[in-house]
Design a protein around this ligand. Structure first.
Ligand code: PAX
Length: 121
């Protein structure tokens, strides 16, 4: 598997969390998934749907991404997600995050193998 797809899974997929996340979810997950190693990643979204359903977003029609490329695709249905946002005043290596569960359509960028490699929105 190519590194872009592997990194997307590591940074954005958390299919098996069945319950609403508690307030410590992002603090634990951002560290566990290696997004606090060199710096605190400012914003990151975890998706609580199956990998099959998230990969299927790549079969939706192409739309323009925020960076101007056209390899983005929007999910047909809303998905269960958790947004992690770095709190003001949080300093590396003590990265502290606000945990915000939500349900919304997501936009991913897909590579030539039609697998997600970037989360656009
Ligand atoms: P990324 O580094 O942006 O993209 P992310 O999605 O986890 O990582 P490598 O080789 O790793 O550098 N790629 C693309 N990127 C952008 N746009 C298109 N169309 C595209 N096509 C392919 C991972 C890889 O995807 C490649 C890109 O070259 C990378 O390759 O968001 C910043 C980060 O925050 C996340 C999403 C981004 O991380 P921003 O500000 O650029 O939109 N994020 C952001 C999030 O998870 N949730 C959010 O709500 C927001 C706002």
């Amino acid at each position: 598997q190519e590194s872009g797809a592997r990194k997307f899974k590591q940074q954005h997929m958390d299919s098996n969390s069945r319950h609403l996340p508690n307030s410590n979810y992002c603090n634990k997950m951002m560290k566990k998934r290696k997004m606090t190693v060199d710096a605190c990643k400012p914003v990151n979204t975890f998706v609580h749907e199956s990998l099959t359903d998230v990969k299927a977003i790549c079969n939706q029609r192409n739309i323009r991404c925020k960076n101007g490329q056209n390899n983005c695709h929007k999910s047909r249905s809303s998905m269960r997600v958790t947004d992690c946002r770095l709190t003001n005043g949080s300093r590396h290596p003590n990265c502290k995050y606000r945990t915000s569960p939500a349900k919304r359509q997501i936009i991913v960028a897909c590579d030539k193998n039609r697998v997600p490699v970037h989360l656009d929105a």
